[in-house]
Ligand binder design. Sequence first.
Ligand code: BES
Ligand code: MN
Ligand code: ZN
Length: 495
Amino acid sequence: MLRIDWVSDVPPANSGQLLVVAFTKDDIDVISGRFGEDVRAALTRAGVTGKAWESFRFTSLEGGFHHVELIAVAELGSAENLRKLAFEAGRSARSLGANELVLDMRDALQLEGEDASTAARLVAEGLELSGYRYDRYRAKDEEPSAKASFEGVSVVAPGKPGAGIERGRIVAAAISRARDLGNGPAELVTPTFLAETASELAAELRGAGHDVSCEVFDLEECERRSMGLYLAVARGSDEPPKFIHLTYKPKGESKGRICLVGKGVTFDSGGYSLKPTDGMLAMKLDMGGAAAVIGAMEGIARLELPYEVHVISAAAENMVSGRAYRLGDVFRASNGKTVEINNTDAEGRLTLADALHFAVGLEPDLIVDFATLTGACIVALGPHIAGVMTRDDELASSWQAAGGRAGEDHWRLPLPKPLMSMLDSKIADMRNTGERAGGSLTAGLFLEQFVGDKRWMHVDIAGPAIVSKPFGVNVEGSSGFPVATILEFLASEPV
Ligand code: BES
Ligand code: MN
Ligand code: ZN
């Protein structure tokens, strides 16, 4: 485990250490006072002006630290920036083969009281995530030195970290677990694998003294429960569907019952509305919602959050075969509504429909679903921001605020009732797909038909869950978004 110390002064230099100093445009002149005129001149020659995320590394021949890196930050106030700074510093230390990192944030970060523990959480998260990579299929002896040699970090910053460091570690572990699920190829991460992982996680957490149980419904049980939409999606695949249900009960009194529903399409070929290669390439990640809620469950238990939490995923693979569902077919959902299929690539909402109806049956105070649901959401909000849809203003703003504190961006989208007419069917209660315009919104409206009168929020994570260009603390592949927000939201006791 990475050692993380929170200290008020820069410790004496040793060989094998990297000193990273965060600075802002304003204190670029302080640099010369600290490292001398030569370094200041080298910065100027290199064109470093203190623009956000510019960095400059040098090797000192005199005493003191051998390796020094200066990283410019715009403002450290934001959670996103703090996590990223720690992440970048950690990556530098690892790539340099340094065994110790000293991260000096004194100039760039002013803290008071509670702030230090929040900062410590974010810094610990960034440092831990800087070591993340999916290595299941890597040769075991590859680059052993870089990983093994990095032992500890001294974070030079004001204040007391309190429980922040430990919290950050737990959040990072939960994110990493979600990432590993996402990054696994669909050949490995099947609905069965997801279900086994969930049940192993429950056993592991029970072993650590937490009340977590796992229940998995197979095809027959789902048929008994009339989950017609979910099973329509699953039937084209040779991989059997698995309906996953994890339950966590807090040690003390529960502050409310919350259902977290995740889209668990382990591969989305599009079905007969087949995707082209480019569109299909990342579709092993179409279970990012399930990965996030399963990963979050680890954090929820380890942080001992005071809610009864149900994690639910109707896991399936969307394939093409002689058994696959067709365009024009009509299926009945577990809540009795019939749906005409006009696009087999709008499969996520079908699996979610039966999962949401199951959640309603648990009589929760709140249902939140997470899904890599629509390409349209990426068109609207870009690759870094998730779309949030709910009729509950208070819920939307407390969720967005939690995202801000966690370093994960969310933006609210509307649920315009008139667009429901886009889902009108001539022969069934509705169709599964609207027009191209407003594609994320009609998807949200479709889901709303299955939540009854429950307090509900839908989070479309199609952009930030799937990383094609690295951003923030994320490398290419699965980001584990929005595990950090889920944990922050539940820790702030919103219900
Ligand atoms: N899994 C996709 C959405 C998606 C696309 C996620 C790209 C991440 C990146 C979803 O099942 C899908 O195919 N949605 C369709 C909906 C359409 C048929 C109404 C889409 O976005 O094109
Ligand atoms: Mn699809
Ligand atoms: Zn999909």
